[in-house]
Design a protein around this ligand. Structure first.
Ligand SMILES: Nc1ncnc2c1ncn2[C@@H]1O[C@H](COP(=O)(O)OP(=O)(O)OP(=O)(O)O)[C@@H](O)[C@H]1O
Ligand SMILES: [Mg+2]
Length: 287
């Protein structure tokens, strides 16, 4: 199932093994109503190791958000299982934190610092002073210490994204789940946020499960990418992309990998890809 990108040999690939932080085995997910059953994913398997930046990539409707919600514990599998540190996921827990696309998830009546402190206080593990210290630590990491007393409505989209990331990281989860977190941002801010996320990862080395339908974003953000077929999502391939970062944008091998991923996702026939893909800039999967 795993397909190396050019320059990678089979020996660099991850074997399936028991010590992965997160194991998703044969996961089928469905939405049921009185009228019908919608199968969102079909027998999806993957494993995420500690400090992985693991990306779920696929076209709209292939079940990426549904997969993330299942890992978060909001949706029960109809087939297969999800294991975190070897234990079945039975519901939401503080070991998994989700950052969504909509940053209006920040309560507007709380300041930036109060927003970051809130989950720390709710869990009851930290005193007020400890929660404040932890919140300021992560706000500094995302460059927002000076805005600790500001209210969310006074912040730009990028700044709200940073608060949401600081709030999630401050809880020190086992795995950070991000569902198209930068999709609502303009292109320049989005790129800056990708860069900042990578810088943060270099510092904190958290484990990331990241959903996107941008091939470029997947290559930049991820070290491993799971390619999902259109609805219902099935695994097409897993590719390794740890050799790419912000500096790779526009480089020949980066573009070649993007074209290869596009073929793996969409090209059933083996036809050469359209010439437009050679002019790679900010390619998103068409749907
Ligand atoms: N609450 C729901 N009730 C019924 N069907 C749903 C529900 N949420 C999603 N679906 C269906 O499940 C499938 C997968 O949806 P999902 O939102 O996981 O896709 P996605 O890959 O995240 O898409 P996008 O890239 O557009 O966010 C789709 O066919 C969708 O219509
Ligand atoms: Mg989605």
């Amino acid at each position: 199932m795993t397909a190396p990108l050019p320059g990678h040999t089979a020996s660099t690939l991850h074997p399936l093994h028991a010590t992965s932080l997160l194991q998703v085995n044969g996961l089928s997910l469905e939405y049921r109503s009185a009228q019908r059953v919608v199968r969102a994913t079909h027998q999806v398997s993957f494993e995420v190791d500690r400090a992985d930046r693991f990306v779920l990539l696929g076209p709209s409707g292939c079940g990426k958000s549904t997969l993330l919600k299942a890992v978060a514990g909001f949706i029960e599998p109809c087939e297969g299982q999800i294991l975190l540190q070897g234990q079945p996921v039975k519901g939401p827990g503080p070991d998994r934190i989700v950052v969504f696309q909509e940053f209006d998830q920040l309560p507007p009546w709380k300041t930036v610092k109060q927003n970051v402190m809130f989950p720390l206080r709710v869990s009851g593990q930290l005193s007020r002073a400890e929660a404040q210290e932890r919140a300021m630590h992560y706000l500094e990491k995302v460059g927002l210490a000076a805005f600790a007393d500001a209210y969310p409505h006074t912040l730009s989209g990028g700044m709200k994204a940073r608060v949401a990331i600081a709030r999630a990281l401050a809880t020190q989860p086992q795995i950070l789940l991000m569902d198209e977190p930068f999709a609502a941002l303009d292109a320049l801010t989005r790129r800056k946020m990708q860069e900042e996320l990578l810088r943060l990862w270099e510092e904190v080395r958290f484990t990331l499960l990241f959903v996107t339908h941008s091939i470029e974003e997947a290559l930049v953000v991820g070290n491993r990418i799971l390619l999902l077929s259109p609805h219902p999502g099935r695994v097409r391939a897993e590719v390794h992309s740890h050799q790419y970062g912000m500096g790779s944008l526009g480089a020949g091998d980066f573009q070649a990998s993007a074209r290869r991923i596009h073929r793996l996702l969409f090209d059933e026939s083996g036809e050469p890809e359209p010439a437009a893909w050679l002019d790679f800039n900010d390619i998103r999967i068409a749907y």
